[in-house]
Design a protein around this ligand. Structure first.
Ligand code: AMP
Length: 274
């Protein structure tokens, strides 16, 4: 695997690549990231990944400074997963001057769920992903459903801005107890780690209830929020929504249940398609 610190070096290396699949990350890689790279191999000749902890998508009181940085171990995993080129710029390379042009996602998507809890988050995500797309110029790009709303924002950005890139959503990889793999799981104490799968269990219970015919969605949401509170969590939301646009659920559309909740100081998100 070649590691590129500069845009120029990456562009030179990709000059003659025929079909590029790209999966961006913020590093501290786990099996969820690796599954993206493995799927990328099926879609292209040349797999490109990136590691960049993007300051633009972190709020002022979020974990940008303490976000885990494990570059050597990440490289070994990417290499083993068949990644040919890793783009790992520093901030001065990607943002040589403060970024002044931004991609602002549609209000309808930016103002709900993660967007409501993390103002400016999706603007930071869309801006860096657009910039990375311009640098890598992939034919295919892969993102995890773990970040369901992020996947939707990127799909819509690509469609509305006519970017010639196929977006592929990849299934969430979980630990054997159901907890969705996440770099932030490393913040959990042993006791919190033992408690953490409750989030997935709540989502699974809601999905099962809806599949069995329950249509009192807000009662299900409220019950899950209070159950999590009683177990010591601070939930931001539990929400049953339409898969296509994450707007209010109706009986005819495919649905997804999404949740975000803080356990101690760690904020976890998860979702399940119903
Ligand atoms: P991150 O490094 O957290 O920005 O994630 C990079 C990519 O990996 C994003 O597309 C995430 O949605 C995806 N991802 C993160 N966790 C998982 C997981 N448990 N399963 C599948 N994809 C994941």
């Amino acid at each position: 695997m070649q590691v590129h610190r500069s845009i120029q070096s990456l562009r030179a290396a990709l000059k003659n690549a025929r079909r590029i699949a790209f999966a961006p990350t913020m590093g501290n890689l786990h099996a969820g990231h690796v599954s993206l790279m493995e799927q990328a191999r099926h879609h292209s000749e040349t797999v490109v990944s990136s590691i960049f902890v993007n300051r633009l998508q972190f709020g002022p009181n979020e974990d940008f400074d303490k976000y885990p940085r494990t570059f050597e171990a990440d490289c070994a995993q990417l290499d083993a997963a068949g990644v040919a080129h890793l783009f790992a710029p520093d901030e001065a390379e990607l943002y040589p001057a403060p970024q002044q042009y931004f991609i602002s996602p549609a209000q309808a998507q930016d103002s709900i769920l993660e967007g409501a809890c993390r103002p400016g988050h999706f603007r930071g995500v869309a801006t860096v992903v657009a910039k990375l797309f311009n640098i890598v110029q992939p034919h295919v790009a892969l993102f995890g459903k773990k970040d369901y709303q992020q996947l939707m924002v990127i799909r819509n950005m690509v469609r509305e801005l006519a970017m010639p890139i196929e977006i592929i959503g990849c299934e969430t990889i979980r630990a054997s107890d159901g907890l969705a793999l996440s770099s932030r799981n490393g913040y959990l104490s042993p006791d919190e780690r033992a408690e953490a799968p409750r989030l997935h269990r709540q989502l699974a219970a809601i999905a099962e209830a809806v599949r069995a015919g329950r249509q009192d969605f807000s009662a299900l949401e409220v019950a899950a929020v209070s159950h999590l509170r009683e177990a010591g969590w601070a939930p931001d939301y539990v929400a049953i929504r339409r898969q296509q646009d994450l707007q209010a659920a109706d009986a005819r559309s495919p649905l997804v249940v999404l949740a975000a909740a803080r356990l101690g100081t760690t904020r976890l998100i998860d979702n399940l398609e119903i």
